[in-house]
Design a protein around this ligand. Structure first.
Ligand code: PGA
Length: 254
């Protein structure tokens, strides 16, 4: 079985001092517990270099951004490019988080561009998919997820797709305390893997990391991670508490 991956998504939280304290606490706990897990920490942009400095010193975790521009360079005031992120040692990038889709109107075509930018500059996209509550209630979640994946990822060639990570995050479970049951998560993860198998073949489907996100915490992580197709987690709220985050990393290493 492949080593699991746990990625922390800090979202728009912490100031510089809090970010530094949180990173040091996570580092200490990771060094102490030594989980056999791929750990990724996705901080806000202003703290990424702090995080990459620490990660290159300790090698306890890798660093991810939470977004990237769909443009490459130039007159795009306020944007942050993939080249900039790559140049400070960022190796992962969350793309298509439901909060970006909802508040910043990012659609599948724009997200496809962002995925390409990240890959061009050697970052692994953590591509988020998931349905809103009405879509689940109407039993449309499989169609929604299929469309998100087909429209943003499926024109990648094999060499690019093998660097993609998919995170299933049911929108109704994000920040709500309502986690998908392990069975609900597994059903969708297996579906995602089957789509990838159909398009890219068995090897690619087996290698693909599919993370679960949405109110995953130190109490429910073990049950979720025990599912066959759950290769780890994308953790929001619980990644802001060092003890909880590292406990999740430890549970992933079993
Ligand atoms: P949550 O967020 O763990 O706070 O639900 C997960 C995410 O949005 O990535």
């Amino acid at each position: 079985m492949k080593k699991k991956m746990v990625a922390g998504n800090w979202k728009m939280n912490t100031d510089f001092q809090e970010a530094e304290d949180l990173l040091y606490s996570i580092e200490d706990l990771l060094a102490d517990k030594g989980p056999d897990t791929n750990v990724v920490i996705c901080t806000p942009y202003p703290f990424l270099e702090l995080a990459t400095d620490r990660s290159s010193e300790t090698e306890l975790f890798a660093v991810g951004a939470q977004n990237v521009s769909s443009f490459e360079d130039g007159a795009y005031t306020g944007e942050v490019s993939a080249r900039m992120l790559d140049s400070i040692g960022v190796s992962y990038c969350i793309i298509g988080h439901s909060e970006r889709r909802k508040y910043f109107k990012e659609d599948n075509a724009t997200l496809a561009q962002k995925v390409k930018m990240a890959l061009k500059y050697d970052m692994a996209p953590i591509f988020c998919v998931g349905e809103v509550l009405e879509e689940r209630e109407a039993n449309r979640h499989f169609d929604v997820i299929r469309q998100q994946i087909e429209e943003s990822l499926f024109d990648l060639d094999d060499g690019d797709f093998e660097n993609v990570i998919i995170a299933y995050e049911p929108v109704w479970a994000i920040g709500t305390g309502k986690t998908a049951t392990p069975e609900q998560a597994e059903e969708v993860h297996a579906f995602i893997r089957s789509l990838v198998r159909e398009k890219y073949g068995d090897d690619m489907a087996e290698k693909l990391y599919i993370l679960y996100g949405g109110s995953c915490n130190a109490k429910n992580a073990a049950d979720l991670f025990a599912q066959l197709d759950v290769d780890g987690g994308l953790i929001g709220g619980a990644s802001l508490k060092a003890e909880d985050f590292v406990s999740i990393c430890v549970q992933a290493s079993k």
